[in-house]
Structures are given as structure tokens and as C-alpha cells.
Write a protein that binds this ligand. Structure first.
Ligand code: E4P
Length: 216
């Protein structure tokens, strides 16, 4: 399973990218709105120039024609751009057109296996089931990852599954076990992945021992 980072914040992207683990970036309108005083297109370009991988920028239009127009504009920013579209009939119509033009697409707000299957058949490069938001309403989001992974394997579907709406490190481990190709994680979760009390205790013990050494 690969790691994407789920943010539009350049500092977070730079920090995570420096770790050498980031294969892509996802943004959404809420994440972009947190970044005050920026141009959406300029920010996407800046991210694409840093990260050599898929960078998702989401369309705002709700009608297929508008989504196709916005999708083409986003794709023209950089070859790393993936156009993110919502899981709606118009979204799928736009995916169908854009994917035939060779534009990478990410169908977002997926909450059922049938939605994922339809998105894949429309030509989506990526499908994004939202684990955390399903957990929030008392449904097991990870079960959806397993179901989609099984269906895609049975039918030889090549669309990649991005486990989205990740809330904590256990989601990351479980998404990997359930067959997600990618986990898109908030920066906070990426930092949490490092934590283990035995790692911290081990460093403390090594340094304490080092301070007692004697040299010839
Ligand atoms: C994915 O592409 C979305 O941007 C994201 O994972 C949504 O997560 P949230 O449910 O924490 O807003």
C-alpha cells in the first residue's frame, strides 16, 4: 500500500515529502479553503512541482459539462494532476469523457461497493471510499475496503482503491490488510505512525549508555 497525504498545506506536504514515503497528494474544497489567500491553481502547481506522483484537485461544478470544463483546466496545470469528481451521475459522465482523453480521475465520496464498481467502469483511475465518515455513522468503513478490493480482484478491475477519511494509525494498518492500494492520510496521522513507546525508550537507553562510554 502506498501513502498519499491529504492536505493542501505546503508545509505539511514538504515535511511529509522529505520522509520519502509520499507517492501522491489529495486535496478537497474543504482542505483548500483552510489555506487562506492562495490561488487554487497556483497551489496545485506548487504541489505538483514538489511531489512526483498523483495530485488530486477537485472540481466544484455539479453538472457534467461544468465538471468536464473544470477537469480539463485542472489537467492543463501539470501532468501530475488527477481530477477529483464526486460520485454522482454527472460525476460519472465527466469521468467517462475525461478518462477517454487520457486525464486521470479520482471518484470521491464513495460509501458503497456499487458506487466503487460504477466509478471503475466509468474509467476512474482511483476510487476513494471514505472510511472515517462511515465509522462516524456506525458502519464499519474498513469492511467496505475489503468488499471493493474483492470485487476488483474477481473482475480484474485496475482502478486503484484510495482509503480516504483516515482518522488514526489503526485505519492505516487495517486499510493495508484489507487491500487498499493507497491510504491518503492527514499530516497528523502520518506523524502518529512514527510513535511507539519502545522506539522512544530505546533511543533514550542508547543515549544514556553512550553518555557513559569511555574512549582511549
Ligand atoms: C479524500 O480524498 C478526502 O479529501 C478526505 O480523506 C476526507 O476526509 P475527512 O472525512 O476527514 O474530511
Amino acid at each position: 500500500m502506498k501513502f498519499f497525504i491529504d492536505t493542501a498545506n505546503m508545509e505539511e506536504i514538504r515535511e511529509a515529502h522529505a520522509l520519502g514515503i509520499i507517492a501522491g497528494v489529495t486535496t478537497n474544497p474543504s482542505l483548500v479553503a483552510k489555506e487562506k489567500g492562495i490561488s487554487f491553481h497556483d497551489r496545485l502547481k506548487e504541489i505538483c512541482e514538489l511531489v512526483n506522483g498523483s495530485v488530486s484537485g477537485e472540481v466544484i461544478a455539479l453538472d457534467a459539462e461544468g465538471m468536464i470544463r473544470e477537469g480539463r483546466e485542472l489537467a492543463a496545470i501539470h501532468s501530475n494532476i488527477t481530477v477529483k469528481l464526486p460520485m454522482t451521475p454527472d460525476g460519472l459522465k465527466a469521468v467517462s469523457v475525461l478518462s477517454k482523453e487520457g486525464i486521470k480521475t479520482n471518484v470521491t465520496l464513495i460509501f458503497s461497493a456499487n458506487q466503487a464498481l460504477m466509478a471503475a467502469r466509468a474509467g476512474a483511475t482511483y476510487v476513494s471510499p471514505f472510511i472515517g465518515r462511515l465509522d462516524d455513522i456506525g458502519t464499519n468503513g474498513l469492511d467496505l475496503i475489503s468488499t471493493i478490493a474483492e470485487i476488483f480482484a474477481i473482475h480484474g478491475i485496475e482502478s486503484e482503491i484510495i482509503a480516504a477519511s483516515i482518522r488514526h494509525p489503526q485505519h492505516v494498518t487495517d486499510a493495508a490488510l484489507r487491500g487498499a492500494h493507497i491510504a491518503t492520510c492527514p499530516y497528523k496521522v502520518i506523524t502518529q505512525l512514527f510513535n511507539h513507546p519502545l522506539t522512544a525508550a530505546g533511543i533514550d537507553a542508547f543515549l544514556a549508555d553512550w553518555s557513559t562510554r569511555t574512549e582511549k
